[in-house]
Ligand binder design. Sequence first.
Ligand SMILES: *Cc1c(COP(=O)(O)O)cnc(C)c1O
Length: 458
Amino acid sequence: MKTIIEPFKIKTVEPIRFTTIEEREDILEKSGYNPFMIHAEDVLIDLLTDSGTSAMSAKQWAGIMDGDESYAGARSFYRFESVVKDLTGYAHIIPTHQGRAAEKILFTLLGGTGKYIPNNTHFDTTRANIEYSGAEAIDLVIEEGKDPETLHPFKGNMDIGKLEQFIRERGAENIPVGMMTVTNNAGGGQPVSMANLREVRDVLKKHNIPFILDACRFAENAYFIKLREAGYSDKSVKEIAQEMFSLADGCTMSAKKDALVNMGGYLAINDPELAQAARNILIVTEGFPTYGGLSGRDLEAIAQGLLEVVDEHYLKYRLRSIEYLGEKLTDAGVPILQPPGGHAIYINAKKFTPHVPAEQFPGQSVVCELYRFGGIRAVEIGSVMFGKTDKKSGEFIPAAMELVRLAIPRRVYTQSHVDYVVELIIEMYKNRNSLKGYRLLYEAPMLRHFTARFEPIV
Ligand SMILES: *Cc1c(COP(=O)(O)O)cnc(C)c1O
């Protein structure tokens, strides 16, 4: 059979609300033309993020009822700890309320002024936490990873030559940790190969620099390795994931991605002294080490989710749903980042709206029209998120790419939802010349995309 079906049946449903174009125009204006400010109830199909938006399984919900809410030493913590240990092989498992809390703890300990932290591409919260500590976040992804059209099986790979040169120039003593993000979210959800992880490990090891994975989408990355890298087709996804983890000294994790839950995260590390210091911060900022920032029930749901996410029927359906959306858009000539990544399709807004210059935020233009025209919520990943204005010269520095991410929540939407999205975008593409640029009215000093306000340029 050619059709790949959703490997689950639906037990609970949640209605979605239909609105009119006129209602949505009004809503857009009131929300400052920033989809983050729109009430979720006013969204028909929400592709803002795959983070914390997964549908949980019946077993995860059963775990919610079964959670042990004891303050210290809860059974749910030990179940969570044993599942994460079995998967990652790391010695110390520190639960946090989400991924960025793990990052905050890690960089409070390892960051600071004069330090540099390389990664393939830092995700926005990772970059923000590093910069907040005073350190510099450096992206060293391969050149292919920066070009939306180049085909490459592992566009999330790090440029090993650049990494070596970077360590030579800045000095290993100023690089407290090296990171790799799997899959590379900010670079289009593109996977990293096992060979590249091994090379990064070798270079860092030579200089005695610890290696930490940003492992939010480890299972999607592992399945790409199984499909695309020689020597892995007969290995199970779990074995591949275990091998990935074995190359690093620890990981930060947002359980809101590949642990299939709505909240949670962890820091998992081998170094006992670093773990001790991390737990000391955890107690001040998150909670006692056997719950971190989470309830016992959350820990149960994460443990169960980590067992489910490595199921290969699930991963096959997962990657195919993304690829299906990508294929349909490509067939209609809509410019998207190629090849499709693991959790999202990224519209190339530079090409979608070539008449909107970078300083008028082409991605924001596409995002607003997606909502206005079809009630679809997506997110700009371009100059709103990563662009800057030079403080001295006042010059606008655009982001390398102007993308619009259509992130697909896990196990939430069916194929007909995706077909609707495809139809709508194709129609929008036909009328793309009518899309307007936007002017920024308000921005916060950090992570400005969450709260920025805009107005259309008429
Ligand atoms: C989501 C994400 C984070 C941050 O996790 P939160 O749970 O949102 O705090 C870090 N890195 C990557 C690659 C992510 O996708």
